[in-house]
Design a protein around this ligand. Structure first.
Ligand code: IMP
Length: 425
């Protein structure tokens, strides 16, 4: 009868999928509630690697219900491909998946619009979106007149509604210099096919979740992206188009905050970022490249190399407070094992002044200089550590200092990709 949330505290790719997968056994329902095919959640089970975009990570645990809530923007062909690919590997989705009829759909014009706009810089730099049509789809949701929700596919006026939107979008795309040709009839046929295949999963998930909570079910909310990419509270405009911090859980799922009893904040022992935007602790050097290589820091969705840098306690402290975090999961600790020293950013310097708060404007964030604390590296393998006491003293000191700087206890430490490479403190 309560909800627990797993929220990323950095710029996404914190390995939240692994934590959700590990915790799932204690829950009845796993809920995705924002984002869409821009997300890429990697879960490793028995050496098998699963990359999920829309489908909640709970799908890899038998007996768990998986819900995709109204705050998600869903791309039907991508979601169906995911379902097929899981089925081909023996993971069946039938009565263990429900997709909200209220969620908004991504159409080909959203992707064309994203690609056309991605090239134009905002504030001197491109946002570097994933080109999955996420921003344009959310824009249409808020604009309302050009939006199509999943439930609309099953209504008699779907074709007429879509034709009207296609007329407008074709004009818009031509103005944006896109050569995308939208043929309403073809899109209608394609999406009608998707609608038929998705029908068994479509439900009013808002009422379903409220009923589930009232009847004592335990819910696990799986955040996508990270708190620093939150549309309202992140590094705007270099953010995604949804509330990807803890504040987005209620709006995206329809579950009021009173049901949420615990939030686990997930962060790596270092920082990564994909796409544009300021990144105070970025390492554009050999150490950054080493972290990228050791951590295989290349995007799950786009394959882009991730920008890498030291752990930024100013950003994570802000994200932990914003997301209402109770405890921390520190991921990829093994990646730092080879380094002779590790650095923690404990404050920023802005215009000669030391600051410990995260600036609200990206122009200020661009100008800050990180203030680092240097700790000796542990240079010892940690991948087989099963308990905190198995870790080298240097690694334990690092974790203690992170907890102290963020003001939250460390509950989970991940020392490798496998389920078994996890320490519960
Ligand atoms: P969009 O979400 O595709 O609009 O991209 C906006 C920004 O968020 C870009 O900088 C992306 O690289 C970033 N982004 C979106 N989804 C993810 C994710 O799942 N992990 C990391 N970065 C992401």
């Amino acid at each position: 009868m309560s909800g627990t949330c797993v929220i990323g505290l950095q710029w996404g790719d914190e390995a939240k999928g692994k934590i959700v997968d590990l915790l799932t056994r204690d829950f009845d329902i796993v809920v995705r509630y924002q984002g869409g095919a821009n997300a890429g959640h990697t879960v490793v089970v028995g050496g098998e690697v699963y990359k999920l975009h829309h489908i909640p990570s709970g799908v890899l645990s038998p007996g768990v219900m998986n819900v995709i809530g109204p705050g998600v923007v869903l791309n039907p062909p991508v979601a169906l491909q995911e379902i097929d690919s899981l089925a081909s590997r023996g993971v069946q989705l039938a009565d263990n998946l429900r997709i909200s009829d209220r969620l908004h759909l991504v159409f080909p014009w959203h992707i064309a619009e994203d690609k056309a706009l991605n090239a134009s810089p905002v504030g001197g730099e491109s946002i570097g979106t994933t080109n999955r049509g996420i921003g344009p789809c959310y824009r249409d949701k808020y604009g309302r007149s050009h939006a199509i929700r999943l439930g609309d596919l099953y209504r008699p006026d779907f074709r007429e509604k879509m034709e009207r939107i296609v007329d407008f979008k074709q004009l818009l795309l031509a103005h944006l210099g896109s050569d995308e040709l939208l043929v309403a009839g073809e899109i209608f046929d394609e999406y009608s096919g998707h609608a038929a295949r998705m029908k068994p999963f479509v439900a009013d998930t808002t009422n379903y979740l409220l009923d589930a909570l009232e009847s004592g079910k335990r819910l696990l909310f799986e955040g996508a992206q990270g708190s620093m990419l939150d549309i309202d509270h992140g590094t705007f405009p270099f953010v995604t188009s949804s509330n990807s911090s803890g504040v987005g859980v209620s709006a995206g799922s329809g579950v009021p905050a009173r049901w949420i009893k615990k939030t686990i904040g997930v962060c790596k022992g270092y920082t990564t970022r994909v796409g544009g935007g300021p990144f105070p602790t970025e390492l554009a050097d050999e150490i950054g490249q080493r972290i990228r290589d050791l951590g295989h820091e290349y995007g799950t969705t786009t394959g882009r190399p991730r920008r890498c840098g030291w752990f930024d306690a100013v950003a994570v402290r802000y994200a932990a407070r914003l997301s209402g975090v109770d405890s921390l999961a520190i991921m990829m600790l093994d990646v730092l094992s080879e380094l002779s020293e590790v650095k923690l950013c404990v404050a920023y310097e802005l215009d000669g002044q030391r600051i410990e708060h995260f600036p609200s404007h990206t122009d200020d964030l661009r100008r800050v200089k990180p203030v680092f604390e240097v700790l000796p590296g542990w240079q010892q393998e940690v991948r087989s550590a099963g308990r905190i006491s198995d870790l080298p003293a240097g690694a334990r000191r690092y974790l203690d200092r992170v907890a102290e700087l963020i003001g939250r206890p460390v509950e989970i430490v991940s020392v490798g990709p496998g389920r078994e490479q996890t320490i519960f403190v």
